[in-house]
Design a protein around this ligand. Structure first.
Ligand code: AHG
Ligand code: MN
Ligand code: MN
Length: 336
C-alpha cells in the first residue's frame, strides 16, 4: 500500500523548493484547506435545507439561514483574517476588497482573491460546485494597508492558485508555479490526501464545453469553431459551474469556451476570481488559456476588481485550433 501524503505534509515538503520561503505561503495554503473543509461540510448539508430552513429565513433555532455562497465567503474571510498570513482579500461576492492590518511585529505580504462558490445556481439541484482562489504577493508599501493596485496585478503575477471541487468526492487542486497536484478529502480522517500527482492535461480531448444555447448570440468565427467541434464528433459537456468543467478538462482533455454574447459583450466570467486562477492552473498543467480575442488570459491588464473576460481554455492543441478558426473567419468579413 502507498503511504498516504496529506495536504499539510505535502505543502511543508514543497516549502523547501523555495529557497527564501518564510512559511507564510505554506500557512496560507493550509488555512485555505481548513476553510475548504468547513465549506464542504455545509455544501454537503445543502440538501437538508427543507429541514434546516431556507436561505433568507430563520431556522428552527432562530438563527438566520444564509445563502451558501455568502456562507462560504464568510468562512474563507474568517480563516484568512485569523491566519495572520494575509494582508488583503477580494471576493466575487464583495463590491470592494478588505484590507487586513498586520498583527505586529509581523507584516504579511500576500493578498488572496477568490470566488467562494462557483456554480452556485447548481446547489439546489445537487450538482457540483467549487471554490476558486488566487494568491499574489503585495506590491504596495508593506508598512501600510494593502491597496487596490495589489489586486489589479496580471494573472501572470500569481504566486499560487487553486480550486476546491465539492463533487462526488471533494478535491483540492493547487499550484505554486511548479506543476499541479490534487488532494482528495478522505471524510473518515478529515484530511486532504494526495491523489493526483503532477497533473498534465492531455493535448486533446473528446469533448467541448460551451453554453450552446447562446449559439446564435456568438460571433461568426466562434460559431464556425463550434460547428467544427460538432463535425469532429466531439461530445458536448457543460455543467454550468466552470470549476467542474475545468476539472474534467484538466484530467480528460477538452476545451471550455465562454465567448462574448449580446448580453455579455465582454464575456461573463470574472477575470480576477475565475479566469486568472483557473488559467494559471491549466497552463501549469501544460494547457492554454486565451480570450476569444486571442490574448493570453494571464497577460490581460486588470483595470477593475470585477472585470469580465471572454475565455477559451483547455487542451493546448484545441485552443490553438480555436485560435486558427478565429483568425481565419475574422479575416473573411463577407462570410458574416
Ligand atoms: P457563479 O456561480 O460564481 O456566479 O459562476 C457561474 C459561472 C460559471 O461557473 C459558469 O460556467 C457560468 O457562470 C455559467 O453561465 P451560463 O449559465 O451563462 O452558461
Ligand atoms: Mn463563479
Ligand atoms: Mn460565485
Amino acid at each position: 500500500m502507498n503511504r498516504i501524503v496529506t495536504l499539510d505534509e505535502f505543502i511543508i515538503r514543497r516549502q523547501k523548493d523555495f529557497p527564501f520561503a518564510s512559511g507564510e505561503l505554506t500557512g496560507l495554503l493550509r488555512d485555505i484547506g481548513v476553510a475548504a473543509k468547513i465549506v464542504n461540510r455545509e455544501v454537503n448539508k445543502a440538501g437538508l435545507v427543507s429541514i434546516l430552513g431556507v436561505a433568507g429565513e430563520a431556522n428552527a433555532s432562530g438563527d438566520d439561514v444564509q445563502k451558501l455562497d455568502l456562507y462560504a465567503n464568510e468562512k474563507l474571510i474568517d480563516c484568512l483574517k485569523n491566519s495572520g498570513e494575509c494582508c488583503g482579500i477580494a471576493s466575487e461576492e464583495m463590491e470592494d476588497f478588505i484590507p487586513i492590518p498586520s498583527l505586529a511585529p509581523k507584516t504579511s505580504k500576500y493578498i488572496v482573491v477568490f470566488d467562494p462558490l462557483d456554480g452556485s445556481s447548481n446547489i439546489d439541484v445537487n450538482v457540483s460546485v467549487g471554490t476558486i482562489f488566487g494568491i499574489y504577493r503585495r506590491i504596495s508599501d508593506p508598512e501600510g494597508l494593502c491597496s487596490l493596485e495589489d489586486f489589479l496585478q496580471k494573472g501572470a503575477q500569481l504566486v499560487a492558485a487553486g480550486y476546491v471541487l465539492y463533487g462526488t468526492s471533494t478535491i483540492l487542486v493547487y499550484s505554486t508555479g511548479r506543476g499541479v497536484n490534487g488532494f482528495t478529502l478522505d471524510p473518515t480522517i478529515g484530511e486532504f490526501c494526495l491523489s493526483h500527482r503532477d497533473i498534465k492535461i492531455p493535448a486533446r480531448g473528446s469533448h467541448y464545453s460551451v453554453n450552446q444555447g447562446y449559439y446564435l448570440k456568438f460571433d461568426v468565427e466562434m460559431r464556425r469553431y463550434i460547428d467544427h467541434c460538432s463535425d469532429m464528433n466531439l461530445g458536448l459537456r457543460y455543467i454550468g459551474s466552470m470549476v467542474s468543467d475545468i476539472h474534467r478538462i484538466l484530467l480528460k482533455g477538452g476545451i471550455f469556451l465562454y465567448p462574448n454574447t449580446r448580453k455579455y459583450p465582454h464575456g461573463k466570467l470574472r477575470l480576477v476570481y475565475e479566469c486568472n486562477p483557473l488559467s494559471f492552473i491549466v497552463e501549469q498543467a501544460g494547457g492554454k488559456a486565451i480570450t476569444c480575442q486571442l490574448e493570453r488570459i494571464l497577460d490581460m491588464p486588470v483595470e477593475q476588481l470585477h472585470q469580465r473576460a471572454t475565455i477559451a481554455i483547455g487542451s493546448p492543441d484545441m485552443v490553438d485550433e480555436m485560435k486558427a478558426f478565429v483568425e481565419r473567419y475574422s479575416a473573411a468579413p463577407a462570410m458574416r
